[in-house]
Design a protein around this ligand. Sequence first.
Ligand code: ATP
Ligand code: MG
Length: 568
Amino acid sequence: MEKNEMLNGVENEEKEVISRNFIEQIIDKDLEEGVYETVHTRFPPEPNGYLHIGHAKSILLNYGLAEKYNGLFNMRFDDTNPTKEKVEFVNSQLEDIKWLGAKWDDRLFFASDYFGQMYEAAVKLIKKGKAYVSDLTADEIREYRGTLTEPGKEDPYAGRSVEENLELFENMKNGVYKDGEKVLRARIDMASPNMNMRDPVIYRVAHMTHHRTGDTWCIYPMYDFAHPIEDAIEGITHSICTLEFEDHRPLYDWVVQELEYPHPPKQIEFAKLYLKNVVTGKRYIKKLVEDGIADGWDDPRLVSVAALRRRGYTPESIKKFVELCGVSKAQSTADMAMLEYCIREDLKLKRPRMMAILDPVKLVIDNWEDGKIEMLDAPNNLENEALGSRQLPFGKELWIEREDFMEEPPKKYFRLFPGNEVRLMNAYFVTCTGCVKDETGKVTEIHCTYDPETKSGSGFNARKVKGTIHWVNASTAIEAEVRLFENIIDEEKGVYNEEDGSINVNPNSKTVITAYLEPALKEAKAYESFQFVRNGFFCVDYKDSKDGAPVFNRIVSLKSSFVLPKND
Ligand code: ATP
Ligand code: MG
C-alpha cells in the first residue's frame, strides 16, 4: 500500500480492501503468502480477427493489474492454430491495444516462438509415461471419451512403450503421417468426471503453413497444452481468462505441474463482458460485414475497437466503462447506454462546442444590412475556459434548425414563433415577424428583426428571453456530410432470430444528411471530435473525409436516460 494511503488510517484501509475486486483479492493473498513475489500478467489474443469491446476489458484488466502492482505486462499472440490466423490481424490488434493505452515495451511475444520448447515439453511427458501416441481417429476419440454420465474407455494405444511413443512422436514431427493419422494424448484419467481430463489430445498433425514459422512444423500443440506452457515460459503469475475455461483449469494445473515449472502460473477466470443488443463475437461481426450490412470491421455502428475509435470513442471513455462494469465471476449484460454515458462525460469538458444545423431552414433578419458580415467572439466551451474562443461570422441570412420554429406553438414552447423574441447563441436577440411557405404548406423561410442593443457579451440585461437557439451564417457556412446512427440491431426483436439464428437487423441504423456547419469546422482533421450544440458529439470520419471536406459521424446525442448505478 502507498505511504499516503497508510497515513489515511484504518478506516480508509478497510475501504480499500472492500473495493478490491476478486482478482485483486487473490493477488493480495498470493503476495502476502509469498506464492509470488511480483505480478506478471499478459493479454493473449488469437490473431484471427479484430478486437472488440470485450477484449478491451481483458486488455485493460490485465494491463491495469500489472500497473497497479508495479508488475509486468506481456503482449502475446496466441498463434498456435495456423488455419485462421493472419498477419493483418496481428497488426490491427497491436494498433488497437496501443491505442487503448496498454504498453508492452519490448515484451511482445508470439506463442509460435515456443514451438520448440513445446515439443520438448511433450517429449518430457512421454518420457515420464504421461503422454502417448494414438492412432484413433477424431471420431473414435470422441466415442471413447464417454459422456458426462458415462466414463470414457481406455485408448487401445495407451499401452505403447515410452520408446515407441518417442519414435512415433518424432515421426509425427518429421512429416511421416498425414493430417489426423496420429495424435499425442496426455495420460490422465479416462474416468475423470471432468471430460477435459480424459486423456486430452495435446498435439496433432497438420500440414499447414504458419504465418510466422512457415513450413518448419507439421505438428501443432492444442490450446490447453500450449497456453499454460506459454504462461510458464514467460513467468506469468496470474493468467486471467474468461469463464468458459473454468473446466479447463485442472488440465492447466496438470500441465504446469507435470512439466515441473519452478514457479507455476495460476489461472483465474472472470465473466465475459456482454452488451445488450450488441454483436461482439467475431463470427457474427464477420457475417454482418460479409452480408454487406456493415461496411467493414470498423463500421462505426459496430463495437470492434477499430469501430469505436472511428466513431469517436476515446480510450478514457472505454476505460471508464470497463471500470463501471466491474470484474466478477457472475455473468451479466451491460447496457450500451452506459458506454454512451462514458463518452459524453469524457468529452463534455474536453471538446469545443460548435454550431451545426442538421435540419436547416432559413432565418432572414430583415433589419440587418445586406451583405454585412460581423465577426463575433464565441467561447469554445463555457464550462472550460481553457479551450479559448473563436471568431464566428454573423450576417443577414442564417440557417437554424427546422424544429426551432413553430407557426402555432404549444404551451411552453420558447423558441421562435411569430411575435416571440429569442436569443441567437453568441449573437443578438431576434423577434420573429412571420414566415414564408411553399404550396404544400412547408415553411421555407422565417423572418425576424434583431435588436442591436442585445449583443452577447455586451452586458445587456434590460429584458430576458426564455429561449436560446443555435444558428450558422448562411453565406459562410460549409456543407458537410453527417451520419446519424442507431443500433444496427433491431432492439425490439433482439440480436438473434429464434427461428433461423440470423441477425435481426435495424434497417434504419444509418441516416446520411447534409448539414450546414460554421466555417471553423472546414479544416477539422480525421478523428477530431466536437460537440455540436444541442445535436450531440461528432467525430471526423478518417476514411471518407478529404482535406477541407470533413465527413462527420455522430458519436452520441446529448440526451440520456442513463442513470449511473449506485456503488459504494
Ligand atoms: P470472440 O470469440 O468474441 O472473438 P475470443 O475469446 O475468441 O473472442 P481471443 O482472441 O481468444 O478471443 O481472446 C483474447 C482474450 O480476450 C482472452 O483472454 C479472452 O478470454 C478475452 N475475451 C474475449 N472476449 C471477451 C469478452 N467478451 N469479455 C472479456 N474478455 C474477453
Ligand atoms: Mg478464441
